[in-house]
Design a protein around this ligand. Structure first.
Ligand SMILES: NC(=O)c1ccc[n+]([C@@H]2O[C@H](COP(=O)([O-])OP(=O)(O)OC[C@H]3O[C@@H](n4cnc5c(N)ncnc54)[C@H](O)[C@@H]3O)[C@@H](O)[C@H]2O)c1
Length: 372
Protein backbone atom coordinates (compact mmCIF):
# COMPACT_ATOMS: atom_id res chain seq x y z
CA UNK A 1 0.00 0.00 0.00
CA UNK A 2 1.01 3.60 -0.49
CA UNK A 3 0.59 5.24 2.92
CA UNK A 4 0.46 9.03 2.76
CA UNK A 5 1.05 11.43 5.62
CA UNK A 6 0.28 15.11 4.91
CA UNK A 7 1.37 18.06 7.06
CA UNK A 8 -1.30 18.96 9.63
CA UNK A 9 -2.94 22.26 8.70
CA UNK A 10 -5.25 22.88 11.67
CA UNK A 11 -4.03 26.00 13.57
CA UNK A 12 -1.62 25.27 16.46
CA UNK A 13 -1.28 21.59 15.49
CA UNK A 14 2.36 20.49 15.57
CA UNK A 15 1.90 16.72 15.72
CA UNK A 16 2.33 14.46 12.68
CA UNK A 17 0.45 11.26 11.79
CA UNK A 18 3.50 9.09 11.14
CA UNK A 19 6.84 9.10 12.96
CA UNK A 20 10.03 8.08 11.14
CA UNK A 21 9.92 4.84 13.17
CA UNK A 22 6.39 4.10 11.94
CA UNK A 23 7.47 4.89 8.37
CA UNK A 24 10.36 2.41 8.75
CA UNK A 25 7.97 -0.29 9.99
CA UNK A 26 5.65 0.34 7.03
CA UNK A 27 8.57 0.10 4.58
CA UNK A 28 9.86 -3.06 6.27
CA UNK A 29 6.43 -4.59 5.66
CA UNK A 30 6.70 -3.85 1.94
CA UNK A 31 4.65 -0.64 1.83
CA UNK A 32 5.70 2.81 0.75
CA UNK A 33 5.53 5.78 3.10
CA UNK A 34 4.87 9.15 1.43
CA UNK A 35 5.55 12.06 3.78
CA UNK A 36 4.80 15.67 2.91
CA UNK A 37 7.88 17.90 2.97
CA UNK A 38 8.26 19.37 6.45
CA UNK A 39 5.37 17.35 7.93
CA UNK A 40 7.45 16.28 10.95
CA UNK A 41 9.12 19.62 11.66
CA UNK A 42 6.72 20.68 14.44
CA UNK A 43 7.35 17.40 16.26
CA UNK A 44 11.11 17.60 15.77
CA UNK A 45 11.44 15.11 12.88
CA UNK A 46 13.33 16.30 9.78
CA UNK A 47 12.78 15.20 6.19
CA UNK A 48 16.22 13.52 6.44
CA UNK A 49 14.96 11.40 9.38
CA UNK A 50 12.13 10.12 7.17
CA UNK A 51 14.42 9.52 4.18
CA UNK A 52 16.77 7.54 6.44
CA UNK A 53 13.76 5.44 7.45
CA UNK A 54 13.04 4.63 3.79
CA UNK A 55 10.18 7.08 3.25
CA UNK A 56 9.70 9.28 0.19
CA UNK A 57 9.32 13.05 0.65
CA UNK A 58 6.51 14.57 -1.42
CA UNK A 59 6.22 18.31 -2.02
CA UNK A 60 2.50 18.91 -1.69
CA UNK A 61 -0.58 17.59 0.09
CA UNK A 62 -2.34 17.44 -3.31
CA UNK A 63 0.17 14.86 -4.58
CA UNK A 64 -0.17 12.80 -1.39
CA UNK A 65 -3.97 12.74 -1.52
CA UNK A 66 -3.86 11.93 -5.25
CA UNK A 67 -1.49 8.94 -4.92
CA UNK A 68 -1.92 7.38 -1.46
CA UNK A 69 -4.17 4.36 -0.81
CA UNK A 70 -4.33 5.27 2.88
CA UNK A 71 -4.02 8.71 4.49
CA UNK A 72 -2.70 8.74 8.08
CA UNK A 73 -3.18 11.98 10.03
CA UNK A 74 -3.73 13.37 13.52
CA UNK A 75 -6.58 15.89 13.29
CA UNK A 76 -9.84 15.58 11.38
CA UNK A 77 -9.42 16.52 7.70
CA UNK A 78 -10.05 20.21 7.14
CA UNK A 79 -12.41 21.38 4.36
CA UNK A 80 -9.63 21.68 1.74
CA UNK A 81 -8.35 18.22 2.61
CA UNK A 82 -11.84 16.70 2.45
CA UNK A 83 -12.16 17.90 -1.14
CA UNK A 84 -9.10 15.80 -2.03
CA UNK A 85 -10.36 12.52 -0.52
CA UNK A 86 -11.69 10.06 -3.07
CA UNK A 87 -13.71 6.88 -3.41
CA UNK A 88 -11.89 3.78 -2.21
CA UNK A 89 -9.31 5.80 -0.27
CA UNK A 90 -8.75 4.89 3.38
CA UNK A 91 -8.53 7.64 6.02
CA UNK A 92 -7.13 6.82 9.48
CA UNK A 93 -7.18 9.75 11.95
CA UNK A 94 -9.13 11.45 14.77
CA UNK A 95 -12.54 12.47 13.35
CA UNK A 96 -14.98 13.40 16.19
CA UNK A 97 -17.91 13.42 13.75
CA UNK A 98 -20.84 13.68 16.22
CA UNK A 99 -20.62 17.47 16.69
CA UNK A 100 -19.45 18.09 13.10
CA UNK A 101 -22.18 17.77 10.42
CA UNK A 102 -20.12 19.53 7.71
CA UNK A 103 -17.24 17.10 8.00
CA UNK A 104 -19.61 14.12 8.13
CA UNK A 105 -21.36 15.30 4.97
CA UNK A 106 -18.07 15.79 3.11
CA UNK A 107 -16.69 12.39 4.15
CA UNK A 108 -19.90 10.67 3.03
CA UNK A 109 -19.80 12.52 -0.27
CA UNK A 110 -16.14 11.65 -0.91
CA UNK A 111 -16.84 7.90 -0.96
CA UNK A 112 -13.80 7.25 1.23
CA UNK A 113 -13.52 4.72 4.06
CA UNK A 114 -12.83 6.53 7.34
CA UNK A 115 -11.65 4.90 10.55
CA UNK A 116 -11.72 7.20 13.59
CA UNK A 117 -8.98 6.85 16.22
CA UNK A 118 -11.37 7.86 18.99
CA UNK A 119 -13.81 4.98 18.51
CA UNK A 120 -11.28 2.12 18.17
CA UNK A 121 -11.67 -0.05 21.29
CA UNK A 122 -9.64 -2.60 23.25
CA UNK A 123 -10.43 -5.83 25.08
CA UNK A 124 -10.68 -4.07 28.46
CA UNK A 125 -13.38 -1.68 27.25
CA UNK A 126 -10.89 1.18 26.85
CA UNK A 127 -10.14 3.52 23.96
CA UNK A 128 -6.50 2.73 23.12
CA UNK A 129 -6.02 5.57 20.63
CA UNK A 130 -7.46 8.20 23.01
CA UNK A 131 -5.61 6.94 26.09
CA UNK A 132 -2.13 8.16 25.03
CA UNK A 133 -3.38 11.76 24.80
CA UNK A 134 -5.05 11.43 28.23
CA UNK A 135 -1.75 10.13 29.60
CA UNK A 136 0.06 13.15 28.15
CA UNK A 137 -2.54 15.68 29.40
CA UNK A 138 -2.57 14.04 32.83
CA UNK A 139 1.20 14.13 33.21
CA UNK A 140 1.33 17.69 31.91
CA UNK A 141 -1.36 18.97 34.33
CA UNK A 142 0.80 19.21 37.49
CA UNK A 143 3.64 20.69 35.40
CA UNK A 144 1.47 23.55 34.09
CA UNK A 145 -0.27 23.83 37.46
CA UNK A 146 3.11 24.25 39.20
CA UNK A 147 3.99 27.03 36.73
CA UNK A 148 0.58 28.67 37.34
CA UNK A 149 1.25 28.59 41.10
CA UNK A 150 4.37 30.73 40.65
CA UNK A 151 3.98 34.30 41.88
CA UNK A 152 4.85 35.96 38.56
CA UNK A 153 1.98 34.08 36.92
CA UNK A 154 -0.58 35.24 39.50
CA UNK A 155 -0.27 32.12 41.62
CA UNK A 156 0.05 31.62 45.35
CA UNK A 157 3.82 31.31 45.23
CA UNK A 158 3.88 27.75 46.56
CA UNK A 159 6.50 25.16 45.57
CA UNK A 160 5.06 21.71 44.77
CA UNK A 161 7.50 19.75 46.90
CA UNK A 162 8.05 22.34 49.66
CA UNK A 163 11.52 22.17 51.24
CA UNK A 164 12.74 20.70 54.53
CA UNK A 165 10.75 22.49 57.22
CA UNK A 166 8.09 23.81 54.80
CA UNK A 167 5.01 21.77 53.85
CA UNK A 168 4.48 20.76 50.20
CA UNK A 169 1.59 22.00 48.03
CA UNK A 170 -1.78 20.34 48.53
CA UNK A 171 -3.08 18.98 45.21
CA UNK A 172 -6.61 17.62 44.69
CA UNK A 173 -7.34 15.61 41.54
CA UNK A 174 -11.05 15.14 40.71
CA UNK A 175 -11.53 12.03 38.57
CA UNK A 176 -9.26 9.00 38.88
CA UNK A 177 -9.32 7.68 35.30
CA UNK A 178 -6.42 7.88 32.84
CA UNK A 179 -5.86 11.67 33.13
CA UNK A 180 -6.35 11.76 36.91
CA UNK A 181 -4.09 8.81 37.68
CA UNK A 182 -1.23 10.15 35.59
CA UNK A 183 -1.71 13.63 37.10
CA UNK A 184 -1.64 12.23 40.65
CA UNK A 185 1.48 10.16 39.92
CA UNK A 186 3.42 13.17 38.65
CA UNK A 187 2.17 15.54 41.37
CA UNK A 188 3.17 12.99 44.02
CA UNK A 189 6.51 12.55 42.25
CA UNK A 190 7.07 16.31 42.53
CA UNK A 191 6.65 15.91 46.27
CA UNK A 192 3.13 17.35 46.61
CA UNK A 193 0.53 16.11 49.08
CA UNK A 194 -2.03 14.57 46.70
CA UNK A 195 -5.63 13.38 47.11
CA UNK A 196 -7.61 11.87 44.23
CA UNK A 197 -11.43 11.74 44.16
CA UNK A 198 -13.57 9.38 42.09
CA UNK A 199 -17.15 8.14 42.02
CA UNK A 200 -16.21 4.58 41.12
CA UNK A 201 -15.41 2.39 44.12
CA UNK A 202 -13.82 -0.15 41.78
CA UNK A 203 -11.46 2.55 40.54
CA UNK A 204 -10.69 3.75 44.08
CA UNK A 205 -9.86 0.15 45.11
CA UNK A 206 -7.53 -0.14 42.12
CA UNK A 207 -5.81 3.16 42.97
CA UNK A 208 -5.44 2.10 46.58
CA UNK A 209 -3.98 -1.29 45.65
CA UNK A 210 -1.55 0.06 43.07
CA UNK A 211 -0.48 3.38 44.56
CA UNK A 212 -0.80 2.61 48.26
CA UNK A 213 0.67 5.50 50.18
CA UNK A 214 1.90 7.48 47.14
CA UNK A 215 -1.34 9.47 47.20
CA UNK A 216 -4.61 9.40 49.14
CA UNK A 217 -7.97 8.64 47.61
CA UNK A 218 -11.47 9.61 48.61
CA UNK A 219 -15.02 8.99 47.39
CA UNK A 220 -16.27 11.96 45.38
CA UNK A 221 -19.24 13.74 46.95
CA UNK A 222 -20.08 17.45 46.86
CA UNK A 223 -19.22 17.68 50.57
CA UNK A 224 -15.85 15.93 50.31
CA UNK A 225 -14.94 17.98 47.24
CA UNK A 226 -15.85 21.29 48.94
CA UNK A 227 -13.77 20.48 52.00
CA UNK A 228 -10.68 19.42 50.05
CA UNK A 229 -10.92 22.30 47.57
CA UNK A 230 -11.02 24.90 50.37
CA UNK A 231 -7.65 23.73 51.58
CA UNK A 232 -6.02 23.06 48.17
CA UNK A 233 -3.20 24.93 46.45
CA UNK A 234 -4.04 23.19 43.14
CA UNK A 235 -7.13 21.37 41.86
CA UNK A 236 -6.93 19.28 38.68
CA UNK A 237 -10.26 18.52 36.95
CA UNK A 238 -10.12 15.12 35.22
CA UNK A 239 -13.66 13.74 35.22
CA UNK A 240 -15.44 12.15 32.29
CA UNK A 241 -19.00 10.96 31.92
CA UNK A 242 -18.90 9.24 28.51
CA UNK A 243 -21.07 10.94 25.93
CA UNK A 244 -22.07 13.82 28.27
CA UNK A 245 -20.82 17.29 29.08
CA UNK A 246 -18.57 17.38 32.16
CA UNK A 247 -20.46 17.94 35.44
CA UNK A 248 -19.73 21.27 37.18
CA UNK A 249 -18.08 20.20 40.42
CA UNK A 250 -16.82 23.58 41.70
CA UNK A 251 -19.20 26.56 41.61
CA UNK A 252 -18.20 30.19 41.33
CA UNK A 253 -19.37 30.76 44.91
CA UNK A 254 -16.82 28.16 46.10
CA UNK A 255 -13.92 30.17 44.66
CA UNK A 256 -14.26 32.74 47.45
CA UNK A 257 -13.63 29.92 49.98
CA UNK A 258 -10.39 28.96 48.24
CA UNK A 259 -6.90 30.21 49.01
CA UNK A 260 -6.03 33.36 47.00
CA UNK A 261 -3.75 32.43 44.08
CA UNK A 262 -4.70 28.75 44.13
CA UNK A 263 -4.58 27.08 40.70
CA UNK A 264 -7.43 25.28 38.92
CA UNK A 265 -6.28 23.11 35.98
CA UNK A 266 -9.37 21.97 34.06
CA UNK A 267 -8.27 19.13 31.80
CA UNK A 268 -11.93 18.24 31.17
CA UNK A 269 -12.37 21.56 29.36
CA UNK A 270 -12.68 19.70 26.04
CA UNK A 271 -15.99 18.34 27.40
CA UNK A 272 -17.12 21.78 28.59
CA UNK A 273 -15.05 21.86 31.79
CA UNK A 274 -15.82 20.67 35.33
CA UNK A 275 -15.54 24.05 37.09
CA UNK A 276 -18.32 26.64 36.64
CA UNK A 277 -15.80 29.39 35.87
CA UNK A 278 -13.82 27.43 33.23
CA UNK A 279 -13.58 28.71 29.67
CA UNK A 280 -11.30 27.24 27.01
CA UNK A 281 -7.92 28.94 26.58
CA UNK A 282 -5.01 28.44 24.17
CA UNK A 283 -1.30 27.74 24.59
CA UNK A 284 -0.65 31.35 23.55
CA UNK A 285 -2.68 32.70 26.50
CA UNK A 286 -3.32 29.75 28.81
CA UNK A 287 -4.29 31.24 32.18
CA UNK A 288 -6.76 33.77 33.58
CA UNK A 289 -8.00 34.79 37.00
CA UNK A 290 -11.50 34.70 38.51
CA UNK A 291 -12.14 35.88 42.09
CA UNK A 292 -8.45 35.56 42.93
CA UNK A 293 -8.15 31.96 41.69
CA UNK A 294 -5.96 31.19 38.64
CA UNK A 295 -7.46 29.01 35.89
CA UNK A 296 -5.57 26.96 33.26
CA UNK A 297 -8.04 25.58 30.68
CA UNK A 298 -6.20 24.64 27.47
CA UNK A 299 -8.38 22.34 25.38
CA UNK A 300 -5.53 20.67 23.43
CA UNK A 301 -2.89 20.23 26.13
CA UNK A 302 -0.93 17.50 24.25
CA UNK A 303 -0.05 20.10 21.59
CA UNK A 304 2.35 21.71 24.07
CA UNK A 305 4.54 18.61 23.93
CA UNK A 306 4.06 17.75 20.26
CA UNK A 307 7.07 15.44 20.07
CA UNK A 308 6.11 13.26 23.03
CA UNK A 309 2.47 13.29 21.91
CA UNK A 310 3.37 12.27 18.35
CA UNK A 311 5.52 9.40 19.60
CA UNK A 312 2.85 8.23 22.07
CA UNK A 313 0.11 8.37 19.44
CA UNK A 314 2.37 6.70 16.87
CA UNK A 315 3.06 3.77 19.21
CA UNK A 316 -0.67 3.24 19.68
CA UNK A 317 -1.72 3.62 16.02
CA UNK A 318 1.16 1.61 14.49
CA UNK A 319 -0.22 -1.94 14.89
CA UNK A 320 -3.61 -0.88 13.49
CA UNK A 321 -2.00 1.03 10.61
CA UNK A 322 0.12 -2.01 9.69
CA UNK A 323 -2.87 -4.34 9.80
CA UNK A 324 -4.84 -1.98 7.57
CA UNK A 325 -1.94 -1.80 5.13
CA UNK A 326 -1.14 -5.52 5.20
CA UNK A 327 -4.69 -6.84 4.88
CA UNK A 328 -6.76 -3.99 3.46
CA UNK A 329 -9.44 -2.35 5.62
CA UNK A 330 -12.08 -5.02 5.03
CA UNK A 331 -10.06 -8.04 6.12
CA UNK A 332 -8.33 -6.10 8.91
CA UNK A 333 -11.72 -5.04 10.32
CA UNK A 334 -13.20 -8.52 9.82
CA UNK A 335 -10.32 -9.97 11.86
CA UNK A 336 -10.43 -7.38 14.66
CA UNK A 337 -13.73 -6.17 16.11
CA UNK A 338 -11.88 -3.38 17.97
CA UNK A 339 -10.64 -1.92 14.69
CA UNK A 340 -14.11 -2.46 13.19
CA UNK A 341 -15.48 -0.28 16.01
CA UNK A 342 -13.37 2.50 14.55
CA UNK A 343 -15.17 2.40 11.20
CA UNK A 344 -17.32 5.54 10.93
CA UNK A 345 -17.84 5.99 7.18
CA UNK A 346 -17.64 3.70 4.15
CA UNK A 347 -18.53 4.43 0.51
CA UNK A 348 -21.12 7.10 1.27
CA UNK A 349 -22.62 5.28 4.25
CA UNK A 350 -22.38 6.18 7.92
CA UNK A 351 -21.45 3.17 10.05
CA UNK A 352 -21.31 4.51 13.62
CA UNK A 353 -24.54 4.60 15.68
CA UNK A 354 -23.68 7.48 18.03
CA UNK A 355 -22.80 9.75 15.10
CA UNK A 356 -26.05 8.85 13.31
CA UNK A 357 -28.04 9.55 16.49
CA UNK A 358 -26.30 12.90 17.05
CA UNK A 359 -26.79 14.09 13.49
CA UNK A 360 -30.12 12.41 12.66
CA UNK A 361 -28.60 10.34 9.82
CA UNK A 362 -29.21 6.71 8.77
CA UNK A 363 -26.57 4.20 9.77
CA UNK A 364 -25.67 0.80 8.28
CA UNK A 365 -24.07 -1.74 10.60
CA UNK A 366 -20.29 -1.86 10.23
CA UNK A 367 -20.22 -5.63 10.68
CA UNK A 368 -22.59 -6.13 7.73
CA UNK A 369 -19.96 -4.53 5.48
CA UNK A 370 -17.19 -6.96 6.36
CA UNK A 371 -19.16 -10.22 6.36
CA UNK A 372 -18.77 -12.67 3.50
N1 LIG B 1 -7.56 19.21 27.71
C1 LIG B 1 -6.97 18.24 27.04
O1 LIG B 1 -6.02 18.49 26.27
C2 LIG B 1 -7.37 16.81 27.23
C3 LIG B 1 -6.55 15.76 26.76
C4 LIG B 1 -6.95 14.45 27.01
C5 LIG B 1 -8.15 14.20 27.70
N2 LIG B 1 -8.92 15.26 28.12
C6 LIG B 1 -10.19 15.08 28.86
O2 LIG B 1 -9.91 14.70 30.20
C7 LIG B 1 -11.09 14.10 30.75
C8 LIG B 1 -10.74 12.82 31.47
O3 LIG B 1 -10.33 11.84 30.50
P1 LIG B 1 -9.88 10.36 30.93
O4 LIG B 1 -9.27 9.75 29.73
O5 LIG B 1 -9.12 10.40 32.20
O6 LIG B 1 -11.31 9.68 31.20
P2 LIG B 1 -11.56 8.35 32.06
O7 LIG B 1 -12.88 7.81 31.61
O8 LIG B 1 -10.36 7.47 32.03
O9 LIG B 1 -11.69 8.88 33.56
C9 LIG B 1 -12.74 9.69 34.01
C10 LIG B 1 -12.97 9.38 35.49
O10 LIG B 1 -13.88 10.38 36.00
C11 LIG B 1 -14.62 9.71 37.02
N3 LIG B 1 -15.78 10.54 37.39
C12 LIG B 1 -16.95 10.73 36.72
N4 LIG B 1 -17.74 11.57 37.41
C13 LIG B 1 -17.06 11.92 38.54
C14 LIG B 1 -17.34 12.76 39.66
N5 LIG B 1 -18.49 13.42 39.77
N6 LIG B 1 -16.39 12.88 40.63
C15 LIG B 1 -15.22 12.23 40.54
N7 LIG B 1 -14.90 11.40 39.51
C16 LIG B 1 -15.81 11.26 38.53
C17 LIG B 1 -14.94 8.35 36.41
O11 LIG B 1 -15.34 7.40 37.40
C18 LIG B 1 -13.58 8.01 35.75
O12 LIG B 1 -12.76 7.26 36.61
C19 LIG B 1 -12.04 13.92 29.55
O13 LIG B 1 -12.95 14.98 29.53
C20 LIG B 1 -11.11 14.00 28.37
O14 LIG B 1 -11.80 14.39 27.18
C21 LIG B 1 -8.55 16.54 27.88
Amino acid sequence: MKIGCPTEIKPQEFRVGMTPDAAREAVNHGHSALIQKGAGTGAGFSDEDYVAAGATIIDTAEEIFATADMIVKVKEPQAVERKMLREGQLLFTYLHLAPDPDQTHDLLESGCTAIAYETVTDARGGLPLLAPMSEVAGRLAPQVGAWTLQKANGGRGVLMGGVPGVAPAKVVVIGGGVVGTHAAKIAAGMGADVTILDRSLTRLKYLDDVFGREFKNQYSTAGATAELVRDADMVIGAVLIPGAAAPKLISRAQLSDMKPGAALVDVAIDQGGCFETSKATTHADPIYEVDGVMHYCVANMPGAVARTSTQALGNATLPFMLNLANKGWKQACADDVHLLNGLNVHAGKLTYDAVGAALGLDVVSASSLVQG
